[in-house]
Design a protein around this ligand. Sequence first.
Ligand code: PXG
Length: 487
Amino acid sequence: MPGFMPAIYVFTVQKEDADGRNIGERSDAVLRTTMPAMTENKMPMPAVAAPIPNDLESFWMPFTPNRAFKRAPRLITRAKDMHYFTPEGRAVLDGTAGLWCTNAGHNRDPIVAAIKRQAEELDYAPAFQFAHPKSFELASRVAALAPGDLNRVFFCNSGSEAVDTALKMALAYHNVRGEAARTRLIGRERGYHGVGFGGISVGGIVANRKLFGTLLAGVDHLPTTYSREHQAFTKGEPDWGGHLADELERIVALHDASTIAAVIVEPMAGSTGVLPPPKGYLQKLRAICDRHGILLIFDEVITGFGRLGYAFAAERYGVIPDLITFAKGITSGAVPMGGVITRDGIYETFMRGPEHVPELFHGYTYSAHPLACAAGLATLDLYRDENLFERAKTLEPRWADAAMTLKGLPGVLDIRTLGLTAGIDLAPRPGAPGLRGYETMERAFRDESLMVRIAGDTIELMPPLIVSEAQIGEIFDKVGRVIKAAA
Ligand code: PXG
């Protein structure tokens, strides 16, 4: 970025309330740029300057230890392909595809151009009662990628919205076809389905649930499929654990199938540390759901769009769910978008009643937003033209081998891989769970210029699908050094 050499200064100022009373100190970071007066007079930033926050206090950061971050910020101002760039211009290798989303790499020219064109042509059009053509085009493209008769696509703006949409569709579906008693929802321990009330209810992460009241009523959880004892250091789907799907039969026996609407699982649990499905597990879940008229929802927010070497994990496993949730990779992270794909029969079940009345009372102001649709179309073109899903499949063995080179390093308890993902469990520091993971992420960013994700003391890796073989080596070399340093 020519002519733009920002530096961050963190200092402490005395803060006053509206009446001029001193209300204590507060730590602010000021960005000094080529326009030094910027922070004082609120002049617009020069076009070349990235919009970096100059007051770290106001932004309540999501899923972040705010105080630790604000003491030592990790700022990103620019990205291209496999790299981020800090305000100082340091290149940071992206080992995490953003947050599992930039599957085509960062700031890809065709996606950027499509967003620009769309912004000039049509900024917004309502998706209720009106529509713009790209929403239909993108829905058709997504339907074509989905397996079987998963042909109907509902758009929203995030994975959390996609999950809540899918759960509501499942409940409403049973209702309109005359089985209104089917209201129970079944999730899984260690599942992550976003942060809406539906998603945290079926999700299985204690910290995401315990402070938020009673959640949805009538939710049960399958056991997690992970067992270190039986699965440690497995590449791909573990042999042990397929039988855990039988737990669904136990839940059905307890409540009776006539009360159960849907089961929702991630084909591969991502957020809780990359937990690949045991061999045969998903197929078994499908068979049990079929036996009892229960809808099967695959939450493919992470596994969709190439992460496991296929458009959807459903294809990898030859299992056709009734609904698929997606987000993230649909636009390669460039514009927020999510959605739900349903089988024809579900959509058709709703298509009754007077034709002037909406069939489903659900939707978002920004469903099928024009910028998201334009970004989505350009992204799907890139995936196709660069064979990125196949690329992930081809690279999987190389990726898994490279990950397993870390076996034997101090404190490494398990390594799991699937598609272009890896989870590396580190031994927690005594009395301080999560600290070693946190230090690892910090060191990776500062000392190795590598972005990793952490879930507690587990390192998670999932690079953009454009990652080169050399970069795979680089990622695991860097992670290896960090693990040793944080031992
Ligand atoms: N379902 C699944 C399976 C997800 O992984 C969501 C739903 C929610 O998506 P939104 O767009 O509402 O965030 C997710 C999100 C991580 C990490 O570090 C994972 C997610 C988000 C942020 C971080 O593993 N997954």
